[in-house]
Design a binder for this molecule. Structure first.
Ligand code: ATP
Ligand code: MG
Length: 675
C-alpha cells in the first residue's frame, strides 16, 4: 500500500474564488507553486523577511510581505536566521526587538479602537458579548500591572488555568506584555496534571477562576487548583477571576481577586522590549503518545508564522470574523484563537460551550448570530456532529462562511464530505491543516484560493516549508509517489526552540532520529500530484503480511458503513501475518442492532474494509464499543488500546491525559469478554 486511493478533487470553493475580494494566493495551483518555490529556494529565508512594500499588509497586491510589515518591531533585525536542525539551535530575526501584546493589541486599538477584537460566545447563549480592541488593551494593561505588583518579572513563568472566557486572552497577553512566559494548562486537566505542569516550569504565580461553565455544567476550577497547590511549594500567589460568583475557598495571603487587584493599578502598562528569541510561552503537548513535553516557543518567529498562516491558509481579509473552536489550552487555541488572528487585527472568537449545548445546533446558531466567516474545528467534533444528523443545520444561515478548517487527526473522507456538504454547502474551501505543538503553526494545508482539495489530504506545504518522506529503516529520501516518515527539511520561524529545561530530550525527539531533518513522528504518503496524505503516527502503522497499512485508511473505510460513528484500529502481533488488524467501532445511536445480531454486524464491517481497501486489510477482530480512550483534546489514544489487547494493561503508562478514564475500563472489559 503505497499509493493514496483515487479521489475526486473538489474545485476551489466558490465563495473564495468568486468572493468580493481576490484571494491572497490564486487563482490556481501554479500561482501557489511559484510563490512556494521562491520561499524554499536558495534565498528562501528572505521570503520571511521581505521589507515593507505597502503601508498595509491587507492592501498589498504582492505576496512579498513578511516580517517587516506583518509585525511592528521596536528595533529591526539584522540577521534573518541562524543555526541548524543538526545543532538544534535555530534562531530567527536576531537582534530584532518587539512585544507580542503590542503587536496583538495596541496597534489595532490605536488604528480602530472600536473594532471587535473578541466575540465572546458564553456557555449560555444569551450571556456573551463583544470586546473591542480598546477594551482588550485596557484589560491587558490592568492584568499586566497586577502581575508586576505581584513581583512577576521578565523571564519568569506564570501558569494559567482558566476556562474559555475572553479574560483568558487578556491573561495570555498580559504575560507577554511584561515579558513573562505563560504556561497555559487546559482547564479540563485534573489536579495531578496541573500540579505536574506547574512544578515542571516552577511558576510562582498562577492565574485561574472561581469556577468554569461548560455545556450547562459548573466546573469547580478553584477547588481543583487548591488540590493541585497542596504539592506546588513554589506558588505563592493565585490571581482568581470571578466567572460565576459562587462561594469558593479562599486562602488568605495567597489568593487574590482579579477584579479587586485590577482596581488598584493604573490603566496603562508600557510593553516590555523583548528580543525576537525571548521565550513567549511553554506549552505541554497533548500526550497522545506518552508523557507530555514542555514545548518552548519564542516571540518574533512564532508570531510571524501565526499571522501569516491565518492570512494565507484561511485567506483572511479585513472585516472577517474568524472562529477557531479549539480550547485555548492547546496549541491550536494559542495560535488560531489568540496570536494569529490578533496579530493581523482580525476579529476572533472565544467559544465557551460545547458543540451540543444546549443542542447539537450550537455551532450553527453561533455562526449565524455573529456572521462568522471562518470555522476551524477538529475531526472528533465533526464526527460527533455528523453522528447527530444534519437536520440540526437546516434552519441556519451559514452563507457567511468561506473557509472551513480541520486539525488534530487525519480526517476521514466521509467526515470531510459531510463537513463540505452540510456546513460548507459545497461552496466553502475545506482546509485540512497538519501541524503540531512543536511546529507552532500550520505546516501542510491546501490554500483556499489556489489548490483543489482532496478529502482526507493536507496536501501541500505552507510557504517556507519543505517536507520530505524518509525511508524509515535506511533514512533515505523517498522521491516521487510513495510512503515514508514525514520530516521537515527547512527551518521555519515558529519551530519550537527547546523542551523546557530538557534540551537533550528536544534533540533526541526531533533532531537526532534523521540528522539534518526535523522528525514529526508521523507517517505520510505522496501521490502522483505530489500531494501529501498523513497516515497517522509512525507507531500506529500496521504491517500485515508486508502490507503497510495506515490506521487512518482502515478507520475511514469503516466509517463509510452507514451505522458507524467512529472507529479506531490497531495492529496486534500475529503468528501468520506478522501483525493483524483489530478494530474498535462505535455505532451511531440511531443505528439499531442487538447483541444477537452483533455477529452479522461484525461481518458486514469486515466486508466493508475488504471492499474498500482489500482483503489483506480486513480486521481479524472487531469490537463494538460505546467509547474510545481519547486525549483531552479529542484524539484517539491507540497506544492504550494496543497495550490492552496485547495483555499489557499493567503498563499503560501516563493516563493523566485521558479524557474519560471509563473508556479505558470499557475497552478492558470488552477485550477480556472476547477472549
Ligand atoms: P504528544 O506529542 O504528547 O504525543 P500529540 O502529538 O497529540 O501529543 P499535538 O502537538 O497536539 O500533540 O498534535 C500533533 C499531532 O496531531 C501530529 O503529530 C499528528 O499526529 C496529529 N495531527 C494534527 N493535525 C493533523 C492532520 N490535519 N492530519 C493528520 N494528523 C494530524
Ligand atoms: Mg506529538
Amino acid at each position: 500500500m503505497t499509493d493514496a486511493p483515487v479521489v475526486q478533487k473538489h474545485p476551489i470553493g466558490s465563495r473564495v474564488a468568486k468572493g468580493h475580494v481576490k484571494p491572497h494566493v490564486g487563482p490556481d495551483r501554479k500561482a501557489y507553486e511559484e510563490e512556494h518555490t521562491q520561499s524554499v529556494g536558495e534565498r528562501g529565508d528572505e521570503w520571511w523577511a521581505k521589507r515593507r512594500l505597502t503601508p498595509s499588509f491587507f492592501l498589498s497586491s504582492s505576496l512579498l510581505q513578511k516580517a517587516n510589515e506583518t509585525l511592528s518591531w521596536y528595533r529591526p533585525f539584522q540577521t534573518v536566521r541562524s543555526g541548524s536542525f543538526a545543532q538544534g539551535n535555530i534562531a530567527w530575526f536576531l537582534e530584532g526587538e518587539l512585544n507580542a501584546s503590542y503587536n496583538c493589541v495596541d496597534r489595532h486599538a490605536s488604528a480602530s479602537p472600536d473594532k471587535t477584537a473578541i466575540v465572546y460566545e458564553a456557555d449560555e447563549p444569551s450571556q456573551g458579548r463583544n470586546i473591542t480592541y480598546s477594551e482588550l488593551l485596557l484589560e491587558v494593561c490592568k492584568v499586566a500591572n497586577v502581575l508586576k505588583s505581584l513581583g512577576v518579572k521578565k523571564g519568569d513563568t506564570v501558569s494559567v488555568y482558566l476556562p474559555m472566557t475572553w479574560h483568558a486572552v487578556a491573561a495570555f497577553l498580559a504575560c507577554a506584555r511584561i515579558g513573562a512566559i505563560h504556561s497555559v494548562v487546559f482547564a479540563g486537566f485534573s489536579a495531578e496534571s496541573l500540579r505536574d505542569r506547574i512544578n515542571d516550569c516552577q511558576s510562582r504565580v498562577l492565574i485561574t477562576s472561581d469556577e468554569g461553565k461548560r455545556g450547562g455544567k459548573t466546573i469547580a476550577t478553584k477547588a481543583i487548583v487548591d488540590q493541585a497547590l497542596k504539592e506546588c511549594p513554589v506558588v505563592d500567589k493565585v490571581l482568581v477571576l470571578r466567572r460565576t460568583g459562587n462561594e469558593i475557598n479562599f486562602v488568605d495571603g495567597r489568593d487574590l481577586w482579579w477584579h479587586e487587584e485590577a482596581e488598584k493599578v493604573s490603566s496603562y502598562c508600557v510593553p516590555e522590549t523583548m528580543n525576537s528569541e525571548d521565550p513567549l510561552f511553554i506549552l505541554y503537548t497533548s500526550g497522545s503518545t506518552g508523557k507530555p513535553k514542555g514545548v518552548v516557543h519564542t516571540t518574533g518567529g512564532y508570531l510571524l508564522c501565526a499571522a501569516l498562516t491565518v492570512k494565507y491558509v484561511f485567506d483572511v481579509h479585513p472585516g472577517d470574523k474568524f472562529a477557531c473552536m479549539a480550547d485555548i489550552g492547546w496549541i491550536t487555541g494559542h495560535t488560531y484563537i489568540i496570536y494569529g488572528p490578533l496579530t493581523l487585527g482580525t476579529t476572533t472568537t472565544v467559544f465557551e460551550s460545547t458543540p451540543v449545548y444546549p443542542s447539537p445546533a450550537r455551532y450553527w446558531e453561533t455562526v449565524e448570530k455573529h456572521g462568522l466567516t471562518h470555522f476551524y474545528s477538529a475531526p472528533t467534533a465533526i464526527r460527533l456532529l455528523r453522528q447527530q444528523g444534519h437536520h440540526h443545520l437546516q434552519s441556519f444561515t451559514l452563507s457567511t462562511l468561506r473557509v472551513l478548517g480541520s486539525v488534530g487527526e487525519p480526517i476521514n473522507s466521509e467526515a470531510w464530505e459531510w463537513y463540505n456538504e452540510h456546513v460548507g454547502q459545497n461552496e466553502c474551501s475545506v482546509v485540512d491543516t497538519f501541524w503540531q505543538t512543536e511546529t507552532g503553526s500550520i505546516v501542510l494545508a491546501p490554500l483556499p484560493g489556489a489548490i483543489e482539495t482532496k478529502p482526507g489530504a493536507a496536501q501541500v506545504p505552507f510557504f517556507g516549508q519543505a517536507p520530505v518522506l524518509v525511508e524509515a529503516a535506511t533514512g533515505e529520501l523517498v522521491e516521487g509517489p510513495g510512503e515514508g516518515v514525514l520530516c521537515l527539511s527547512k527551518p521555519w520561524p515558529s519551530i519550537a526552540r527547546t523542551i523546557w529545561k530538557d534540551h537533550a530530550r528536544y534533540l533526541d525527539t526531533y533532531m537526532n532520529p534523521y540528522p539534518g531533518y526535523f522528525y514529526t513522528g508521523d507517517s505520510a504518503s505522496r501521490d502522483e500530484d505530489g500531494d501529501i496524505w498523513i497516515k497517522g503516527r509512525i507507531d500506529d502503522v500496521i504491517n500485515v503480511s508486508g502490507h503497510r497499512l495506515s490506521t487512518a485508511e482502515i478507520e475511514s473505510a469503516l466509517i463509510l458503513h452507514k451505522g458507524v460513528a467512529e472507529a479506531a484500529v490497531i495492529g496486534i502481533g500475529d503468528d501468520m501475518t506478522g501483525q493483524a488488524v483489530h478494530a474498535f467501532v462505535i455505532m451511531k445511536p440511531e443505528f439499531s442492532y442487538s447483541s444477537s445480531n452483533e455477529t452479522s454486524l461484525v461481518k458486514e464491517l469486515i466486508i466493508q474494509v475488504r471492499k474498500v481497501i482489500g482483503p489483506f486489510a480486513a480486521p481479524k477482530k472487531v469490537y463494538i464499543v460505546g467509547n474510545l480512550p481519547k486525549t483531552r483534546s479529542g484524539k484517539i489514544m491507540r497506544h492504550i488500546i494496543r497495550k490492552i489487547v496485547a495483555g499489557e494493561s499493567d503498563q499503560l503508562g501516563d493516563l493523566s491525559t485521558v479524557a474519560e478514564p471509563s473508556a479505558v475500563d470499557q475497552i478492558k472489559q470488552k477485550v477480556s469478554e472476547s477472549q
